[in-house]
Design a binder for this molecule. Structure first.
Ligand SMILES: O=C(O)c1ccccc1NCC(=O)[C@H](O)[C@H](O)COP(=O)(O)O
Length: 260
């Protein structure tokens, strides 16, 4: 048994959050998919419910216009806001990073009680050196409370940019694929803030991921989702048995360190 944090996305209803709390999940993540259609009483009810339990909420806005982010944080009041922009590709660091660092600083100023998680893009195994993940971490560390590793799909040479290769264009995540764990381990070793390992984790590989990278926590979305008749993950619907096995595997692997 260890003190590793277990975080599960994407939870949009109180009913699913109740089941995750009962399974011992520490962090329950919800997502706002649209800047214009951002106000969802059912999602707020989910976060309000989580606030009354030992678990903590995390909220991803899939937009970054400052006023829209501030409006959403004032309405939902999450324990943590989680930013997931791609930040880089094989051509280097994106020009948007300066504005995103400014945004995170403003969030810290306006909402000092809300923690900030920043996803750090890491390429697929064996390709980690093609993305400046550790450099990005150094840039964002002063304005972040947690990092989350996530898998960046690089573009093949004849395809449009990496940004457009992600499941949600411009954002890193929900690929169902692992990242380069050597880079994730280097991030854990060199980071002053806790690192959550994510990207393609499920009940079968989470113990390996912990053993290889020694993170403060682990995160899962795709590999703990329910699947359709063709075996494809269904977004926004969890398979509670997979979540139960994920929590058990993470807790019993003997690795990990205590985060907060
Ligand atoms: O959850 C989303 O809708 C989302 C969309 C775009 C970028 C990131 C997003 N979620 C980020 C998460 O933290 C997921 O839990 C993470 O990507 C996990 O990856 P995976 O287990 O491979 O789905």
């Amino acid at each position: 048994m260890n003190g590793i944090l277990v975080q599960i996305y994407e939870i949009q209803t109180r009913a699913e959050a109740e089941r995750l709390v009962a399974l011992g999940v520490d962090r329950i993540g919800s997502v706002l998919t649209s800047e214009t259609d951002w106000k969802h009483p059912a999602i707020r009810e989910t976060l309000d419910y989580v606030a009354r339990t030992p678990a903590r909420s995390s909220l991803i806005p899939l937009f970054n216009t400052p006023d829209a982010v501030f409006r959403a944080l004032a309405y939902y009041r999450p324990y943590m806001v989680h930013f997931c922009e791609t930040l880089a590709d094989e051509n280097g660091i994106s020009g948007i990073c300066g504005d995103l660092i400014k945004l995170q600083k403003s969030v810290k100023g306006k909402f000092p009680d809300i923690r900030i998680m920043r996803s750090i893009p890491i390429a697929r195994p064996g390709k980690g050196n093609r993305v400046p993940s550790l450099e990005l971490a150094r840039m964002f560390e002063p304005v972040s409370d947690f990092f989350l590793t996530d898998t960046l799909i690089l573009a093949e040479s004849d395809k449009p940019s990496s940004e457009q290769q992600q499941p949600v264009s411009g954002f890193v995540g929900i690929t169902g694929k692992t990242c380069d764990w050597d880079v994730a381990a280097a991030l854990v070793r060199t980071s002053r803030i806790p690192v959550i390992l994510a990207g393609g984790l499920g009940p079968e590989n989470v113990a390996d991921g912990i053993a290889r990278t020694a993170p403060a926590g682990v995160d899962s979305c795709t590999e703990t989702n329910a699947v359709d008749g063709n075996g494809r993950p269904i977004r926004f619907r969890k398979d509670m048995e997979k979540v139960r096995r994920f929590v058990a595997a993470a807790r019993n692997c003997g690795g990990g360190v205590q985060g907060n």
